[in-house]
Design a protein around this ligand. Structure first.
Ligand SMILES: [Zn+2]
Length: 211
């Protein structure tokens, strides 16, 4: 075993403290690892004198990344995108995703999976050979989904229609402005947010706007 000495003055009077640090890869879970700090009592030099931290960080990063890969593949599966479908769409050799899940995923592969986990419709775009019209419609469709989901979460009353006629895809969303009832007590709790046909706001997102 390498002797613990100060790399600056050579003293063996070195204090060692250890703490638990955590590493998490983007979209991956936090993985704890041992972080060592040495301090020379003679000259005050501080650091990782035996360079043990790097290996621990590398191992924690690997564990977090492997978990991320498994989570992303499960998520895609829940969204109806099987490994075979994703491999075919992304032109990956068959069994690639199984190998990645088993820990053989490169940095590029991890990034690819993060991208399709963030924007799952990218798989369909790839499956349609990146055809520009399809890509735009997929983008607009995804935008409509995000928008309407947000409206639902904020209990906004809306009426959304998506018209998809070739390149003329449009999303019309009518927002009905909410107004408090003049006498909420008369109606009981929870009714102050009742929708009133006070104003209609129309949001139109058209593919043409995307250029
Ligand atoms: Zn020293």
């Amino acid at each position: 075993m390498t002797e613990l000495r100060c790399p600056l003055c050579g003293s063996q009077d070195v204090a060692t403290t250890e703490r638990v640090a955590e590493y998490n890869a983007p979209m991956g879970p936090s993985v704890p690892y041992r972080f060592v700090e040495n301090e020379c009592k003679a000259c005050g030099e501080a650091g990782d004198f035996l360079a043990v931290n790097d290996a621990n960080i590398v191992e924690a990063r690997k564990q977090s990344s492997v978990s991320m890969v498994g989570d992303v593949l499960e998520r895609l599966l829940r969204l109806g995108r099987s490994n075979a479908y994703v491999e075919r769409a992304l032109a990956l050799p068959s069994r690639t995703l199984a190998r990645w899940k088993a820990g053989e995923c490169s940095a590029a592969g991890s990034t690819l999976l993060r991208l399709v986990a963030t924007y799952p419709w990218l798989v369909e775009v790839a499956d349609h050979r990146y055809e520009a019209g399809f890509a735009k419609r997929a983008l607009v469709g995804a935008a409509a989904e995000v928008l309407t989901r947000n409206l639902e979460q904020h209990s906004v009353v809306y009426d959304a229609t998506v018209t998809n006629a070739g390149p003329e895809m449009n999303i019309h969303i009518q927002l009905k402005q909410q107004q408090p009832h003049k006498n909420p007590r008369a109606l009981g709790a929870g009714t102050t947010r009742a929708a009133g046909p006070f104003h209609d706001v129309q949001v139109v997102v058209g593919e043409r706007m995307l250029g």
